[in-house]
Design a protein around this ligand. Sequence first.
Ligand code: AMP
Length: 331
Amino acid sequence: MRVLSGVKPSDRPHIGNYFGAIRQFLEFQHRHEGFYFIADLHALDQVRDAARLREYSFGVALDFLALGLDPKKAVLFRQSDVPEVTQLQWVLGTVTPMGLLERAHAYKDAVAKDKSVDFGLFAYPVLMAADILLYDSDRVPVGQDQTQHLEIARDIAIRFNRTYGKDFDPKTGEGGVLKLPSAVVLEETGIVPGTDGRKMSKSYGNTIPLFGTDAEWRKSVMGIVTDSVPVEAPKDSRKSTVFALLKLFSTPEEIAEIERQYRAGGVGYGSFKERLLRKIQETFGAARERRRQLERDPVEVERVLAEGASRARAVAGQVLGRVLRACGLRV
Ligand code: AMP
């Protein structure tokens, strides 16, 4: 079973990304054949600075490797290192109705907000379909909010198969040129709150960076907004952002103990914040150190990416070959 997931290199990851997505992506490598790609072509829409794009793309590779991606098991590669993907995107575009793309959330949101829309934004579901279909992916883990993308990819694959797959049976999905993938909806970890209590998001400036320096971690954690209940008084853990974050890092026994301390009073928010800071250091400290070491060895990271690209291209070449033959572009 092949599982594919991509991460857009548009910023430094935060702990919301980790608990909501990255941690779960990485678990798949132990049970399945994992294909992990750095979606740099998708990032072009957001990052329009060559040095930053290079830095973020390389950064995603460092993040994954530091957090435990095993390049002997899983395939890690840059999307743009596999040029077959843009060729497939074009072919798929020729069977994609405009209406399907006009219904895509990202496009509709941009239009509703009167933002200027470029072809890249409009056509990105087709590139995403190519990302998924090019590797004969069986499963694609996505967040609840992203299931539409996968539906579009399946829809495009069905249209291609109906057009060119002589033996395609739309009822069973068998006999097509392109394999129909299914979604694995990531476990609802709930929304990780940011330091101001809203959803942790780069656009709100309320993040705790996954690989921050000690000073950055301290600044973010100490900046978490709390109410003004004094140290001695009981506190309501359900309304506390510090508690919601502590919960992510704690065992059920630890959570019960922290809840008891909230109810009893006598422990100030400052102490809970210190505890959270220690948890962050314990959880990500070793990975941060591995990341630092890898950063000093860019040649090795590039070697892993080159090997990943070559393994990905071996599959991509076969699938694209099938596609090109099916539609008459190759004998
Ligand atoms: P983004 O780069 O914002 O699209 O985030 C990538 C993925 O990280 C999303 O699909 C979510 O699964 C996850 N994620 C981002 N922010 C949060 C958050 N505050 N809480 C939980 N998951 C999140």
